[in-house]
Design a protein around this ligand. Structure first.
Ligand code: PGA
Ligand code: ZN
Length: 428
């Protein structure tokens, strides 16, 4: 059972304050965690509590920390840490709001995950084993890795937020990461040769060149794959996170600033994306339309359903929003970010609901991350099949890749690798 909680203010990878905590069990076992934070956040996400005022430009989390140390600690005291549902119910009840805005989703998630980590440790098990009730062999996820960054993560040099590589030909997780690193190096070479800057990296470790259009970025991706000695499509394919909410207007149009303010209606944006998929080996599109453009999304699903259509801001890891998508034939995959909903139990529900409906699942980090690696364990234990963490550099990113590399190295042929099947599987 949980005995106490010790929370404090720490920094995330962008240098912004975040909640860190240790959950201490009655037998003295401790579970340490810290929570991530987004930049291109969805309107419908659970609510982070920020202090306002002068400290850290208003971004401090001392109030959330105090809530974790007092009322939330009180709520979980005496609760069995191996009973995640009971822990998360106690946290939700203490907050009392749907979006956890009273005490802070950042405070709630820190204790939710800290409890899971402490419980695994008390049982002498790895986290990926203690959260897995499938009875199957551990499943290493297929990664999608950020190569070029735009949007809110790179000063909006290009509209599309992420251009990622998907290592289709990889036979193991280690091979997958090597392919992705090779493509990133290839893309760096291509940019260097054109005199474009490659020394600075974006929030998730991607390259952030100023390019004349979104298509120019897709060209760099293809050339980077070729430069790596790989065949575009067969060996390494492209995923994009359009993050369309970021350039959607109140008039329900989409304005591409990388293309001289070219303005598109939903159907025209879908036309544009269809054209990209015809000319480039794109296998996955995330947030192709804005978070509340359900009719645009339905059209995208009809016309682009042969690709993975991934809802991030659309679903915000929220079971009710995912259900609306499933019922309305919208998207065919869900991005899962535990801090969008605030508890492990709710994030887990989203994974199981999606899997039951034939929707693919991609566990995801945030643009503001920490050096924790629990996300890697959740991907294996929840059998999500895919994971998205950012690039192959910056330690807050490699913490997750390195944890997966270690799990695979330790398990050897006792584990399976999801591979390209995870993304190619026909969804709905
Ligand atoms: P965020 O970006 O963490 O800034 O929301 C990640 C994403 O959009 O997938
Ligand atoms: Zn996204």
């Amino acid at each position: 059972t949980v005995d106490s909680v010790f929370a404090w203010e720490a920094l995330d990878s962008r240098g912004k304050p975040t909640v860190a905590c240790e959950v201490v069990l009655a037998d003295g076992t401790r579970g340490h965690t810290s929570v991530p934070s987004g930049a291109s956040t969805g309107t419908h996400e659970a609510s982070e509590l920020r202090d306002g005022g002068h400290r850290y430009g208003g971004q401090g989390v001392l109030t959330a920390v105090r809530n974790a140390n007092t009322v939330l600690a009180q709520a979980v005291r005496g609760v069995d840490a191996t009973d995640q549902v009971a822990i998360d119910q106690a946290l939700r009840a203490a907050d009392g709001t749907e979006n956890l805005s009273a005490l802070g989703a950042n405070a709630v998630l820190a204790i939710s995950i800290g409890s899971a980590i402490a419980a695994a440790s008390a049982q002498g098990r790895s986290l990926y084993r203690s959260v897995d009730d499938s009875g199957q062999r551990p499943l290493l996820p297929l990664p999608m890795v950020n190569v070029l960054s735009g949007g809110a993560h790179a000063g909006r040099a290009i509209d599309v937020q992420d251009f990622l590589v998907v290592p289709m030909a990889a036979g193991s997780f280690a091979e997958a990461i090597e392919i992705c690193a090779r493509v990133r190096a290839g893309a760096t070479q291509v940019l260097d040769e054109r005199g474009l800057p490659t020394a600075l990296v974006a929030d998730e470790g991607g390259l952030g060149p100023v390019l004349p259009s979104n298509r120019a970025a897709l060209d760099i991706m293809v050339e980077g794959i070729e430069r790596a000695g790989l065949q575009p499509g067969a060996d390494a394919a492209i995923a994009i996170d359009v993050a369309a909410t970021q350039f959607h207007t109140a008039e329900n149009t989409y304005v591409l600033s990388a293309e001289q303010g070219r303005t598109l209606r939903s159907a025209e944006l879908v036309d544009e994306l269809v054209s990209w998929t015809e000319h480039y080996p794109i296998v996955s599109l995330e947030d192709a339309l804005a978070e509340d453009d359900w009719s645009g999304w339905a059209e995208a699903t009809t016309r682009l359903g042969h690709c993975q259509l991934l809802g991030d801001d659309l679903f915000v890891t929220n079971p009710a929003r995912l259900q609306r998508g499933i019922d309305g034939w919208v998207a065919n995959a869900v991005l899962v970010k535990p801090n969008q909903i605030g508890t492990l139990t709710d994030a887990r529900t989203v994974v199981t609901t999606a899997q039951a409906a034939g929707y693919r699942t991609v566990l995801s980090a945030r643009s503001g991350e920490t050096e924790d690696s629990w996300l890697a364990d959740l991907a294996v234990g929840w059998r999500t099949g895919q994971i998205k963490v950012g690039s192959t550099m910056r330690s807050e990113r490699t913490a997750k890749w390195n944890r997966l590399l270690r799990i695979e190295a330790e398990l050897g042929d006792q584990a399976d690798f999801a591979g390209a099947a995870a993304i190619a599987a026909s969804g709905v």
